[in-house]
Design a protein. Structure first.
Length: 284
């Protein structure tokens, strides 16, 4: 299902005769630009639907931005908001060593390394895939192999290493920003040119891939979100070591409690790195 661009290997072409075209809407800079460029007719064919997978742990500004995109006269195609779980609750329950299945987030371990990462798949990829199957009318457990689905993903040229083929043979990933050779900066310039505000960075409040500058800005500009992250970070160690682990978990790479990290000192001369984040649709 992956069609190679004749002059730029790795870039897919539109799927001819697709039964469904889906835009994976992370609600960050890239996917917002992608959605609005489609609305302006600059990228096509037009998606049938955009899907936002809600982890229930995004900053307030992200939800306000999604509400704006879903409001009338912004996009000519619908935006579906889907969710399989509340990631914050999952993290807190896991920290309390609750019984039952839990979703692992790759927090930092004081013995070195990071924990397993299941959050992107379970909270983002799986609910989007379920919604696609629902839109196609494919019952649970049935094969969707007779369908052809084109899924747009807002990855820009400065993060091409995040491009991955679809897991399902009946689905083809397409990266229109790569086709247009647009970087994140190009996306911001396009938004400004067309009179749109820069979207907030879309990522979970307690994502361990935040860099120090992001944490510093969250503490300064969004104290409610920072306080929430501090509370969850404390909960990670409230009951000792997490079940099945020999290490304590920390939200910050320094393996210090979040409220104890000196972000001002750590951000002196630090460059912004937008690639230091989740894979998949997170943060785009």
């Amino acid at each position: 299902m992956t069609f190679q661009h004749p002059t730029w290997p790795g870039v897919s072409e539109p799927v001819t005769g697709a039964d469904l075209r889906v835009l994976s809407l992370g609600a960050g800079v890239q996917s917002t630009t992608l959605a609005l460029m489609a609305a302006h007719g600059e990228i096509g064919p037009m998606p049938d639907v955009a899907i936002f997978a809600d982890t229930h742990w995004e900053p307030k500004a992200v939800y306000e931005h999604v509400d704006w995109l879903m409001s009338g006269n912004v996009l000519p195609f619908p935006v579906h908001r889907v969710s399989d779980l509340n990631l914050r609750d999952q993290v807190v329950d896991r920290a309390a060593q609750a019984d039952g299945r839990y979703i692992s987030v790759p927090f930092f371990l004081d013995a070195g390394g990071m924990g397993r990462r299941q959050c992107t798949n379970e909270a983002k990829i799986v609910p989007i895939r379920k919604e696609i199957r629902r839109l196609l009318g494919v019952p649970k457990g049935a094969h969707a192999s007779r369908y052809r689905v084109e899924q747009w993903i807002g990855i820009s040229t400065d993060e091409m290493q995040r491009m991955k083929d679809a897991r399902e043979s009946w689905m083809a990933h397409r990266w229109p920003l790569i086709e247009a050779r647009m970087s994140r900066g190009d996306c911001l310039a396009w938004l400004e040119k067309h009179g749109y505000p820069a979207p907030p960075k879309s990522s979970c409040i307690g994502c361990p891939f935040h860099n120090d500058r992001f944490w510093r800005d969250m503490r300064r500009d969004d104290p409610a979100s920072f306080h929430d992250a501090v509370e969850v970070d404390r909960a990670l160690r409230r009951h000792g070591k997490s079940r099945g682990m020999r290490s304590h978990e920390y939200m910050h790479r320094s393996c210090q409690p979040l409220e104890a990290v000196d972000f001002d000192a750590r951000t002196t001369g630090q460059q912004i790195d937008f690639l230091d984040e989740c894979d998949g649709v997170c943060g785009t």
